[in-house]
Write a protein that binds this ligand. Structure first.
Ligand code: NCD
Length: 302
C-alpha cells in the first residue's frame, strides 16, 4: 500500500500486518523512545484544517523513527492562500520529501492529491469525508483491549452525518462478520445515505435512533463531537450542541469500551473519565504506535 485515501483499503489482513508492526513500535517506544529506521527520509506534513492529535502524533511518530519533517499549515502562510491548486502543491511538496501526510479541506481532495502524488500519500482527513488513520487507531485500540473486532455491537454518536472518524471506522468494520451498528443522533444528523447503503450491502445490521439510551446495549460506544465547522445552518448546531452527552450513569455493564477520537467538547462528561472502560486517552496514545507502523510500512522499511 503506497497511498492511503480511504478505510475501504484497510482489509483485515492489511490491518493485522499494521497492528503487528504497531506492537513492535510500542515496545521500541517503551524501551528506548526511538529508532533510526527512517533516518534517511523526510516526511511532508500538510495541514489545511485545524489539528492537534493527528498533526502532533504524526510529527512525533516521524521523529521517533529518525525522519526529518517538512511542515505546511493553512491560513496565511502558504501559497494555498494565493489560490494554488491542491494538485500543484502536492506535486511540489512531493519533490521535497519522501512521503506526504495531508489534511485537506474538501471531501474528495485526498483522492485528487493521491492521484497526482509521486511519493506515498496518507489522507489525514479530507473535509467531512474520511479519516482512515484515525480508524486504524480506533481498530487497534479495540483489538488490544477487547481481543477482536468481529461479532460485536457498536453504538455511534452523535453526528454520523458529518464525522469523518465515524465514516472511516464504519467502513473498516464493515469488512468483519457479525457487526451491528446503532447510530444515535438528531434526525437531521443521521448517517449519509451513501454510507448506510454501503454498510447494508456489506452485511452490517444498521439501526438509527434519536435515543441516547440505545448506547446501553452496545459492546463498543464511539462518540465524536458535533462537527460545528461543517454545519451549513449554525442554528441547527445551537439547537443540538448540548442535546447529547454521555454521563457515567448511562454506562451499563454491557459496555466494554468507550472511544472518542477527541477533541472532547460536550459529548462526554468528565465524570466518565475514571471508569476503566473509558479508553479515549489510551486511544490517543496508540496514535503514535499506529502512525509509526504506517510510515515504516509505506516507506518499505518493515
Ligand atoms: C477528529 C477529526 O479531525 O476529524 N479528530 C482527530 O483527528 N483526532 C475528530 C474531530 O475533530 O471531531
Amino acid at each position: 500500500m503506497k497511498k492511503l485515501v480511504s478505510s475501504r483499503q484497510l482489509e483485515p489482513d492489511v490491518l493485522e500486518e499494521i497492528f503487528h508492526v504497531a506492537r513492535y513500535m510500542r515496545r521500541v517506544c517503551d524501551m528506548k523512545g526511538r529508532t533510526d529506521l527512517l533516518n534517511d527520509k523526510i516526511v511532508g506534513l500538510i495541514f489545511l484544517e485545524p489539528s492537534s492529535r493527528t498533526m502532533l502524533s504524526f510529527q512525533s511518530a516521524a521523529q521517533r523513527l529518525g525522519a526529518g519533517i517538512l511542515f505546511m499549515q493553512g491560513k496565511g502562510t502558504t501559497s494555498f492562500e494565493k489560490g494554488e491548486s491542491v494538485e500543484d502543491a502536492i506535486k511540489v511538496v512531493g519533490s521535497y520529501c519522501d512521503l506526504i501526510v495531508a489534511r485537506l479541506r474538501e471531501a474528495g481532495d485526498a483522492r485528487l492529491a493521491s492521484d497526482v502524488s509521486d511519493v506515498p500519500f496518507i489522507n489525514a482527513g479530507d473535509g467531512g469525508n474520511e479519516h482512515p488513520t484515525q480508524s486504524l487507531i480506533d481498530a487497534f485500540t479495540i483489538q488490544e483491549e477487547l481481543g477482536g473486532l468481529a461479532n460485536r455491537s457498536y453504538c455511534f454518536g452523535f453526528d454520523p452525518l458529518q464525522s469523518r472518524s465515524i465514516h472511516s471506522l464504519c467502513l473498516l468494520l464493515s469488512r468483519y462478520s457479525g457487526i451491528t451498528m446503532t447510530f444515535v443522533s438528531p434526525p437531521e444528523l443521521q448517517l449519509p445515505v451513501w454510507l448506510r447503503e454501503e454498510l447494508t450491502r456489506s452485511g452490517v445490521t444498521v439501526h438509527e435512533t434519536t435515543d441516547i439510551n440505545a448506547c446501553r446495549a452496545a459492546d463498543v460506544i464511539y462518540v465524536n463531537r458535533l462537527q460545528e465547522e461543517r454545519f451549513s445552518d449554525p442554528q441547527l448546531f445551537e439547537q443540538y450542541r448540548y442535546h447529547y452527552r454521555l454521563t457515567a450513569s448511562m454506562i451499563s455493564p454491557a459496555n466494554r469500551i468507550i472511544l472518542d477520537p477527541l477533541p472532547r467538547i460536550d459529548e462526554i462528561s468528565t465524570c466518565v473519565d475514571p471508569l476503566p472502560v473509558a479508553a479515549y486517552f489510551r486511544q490517543a496514545k496508540n496514535g503514535i504506535y499506529v502512525r509509526m507502523a504506517l510510515l515504516t510500512k509505506m516507506l518499505d522499511r518493515v
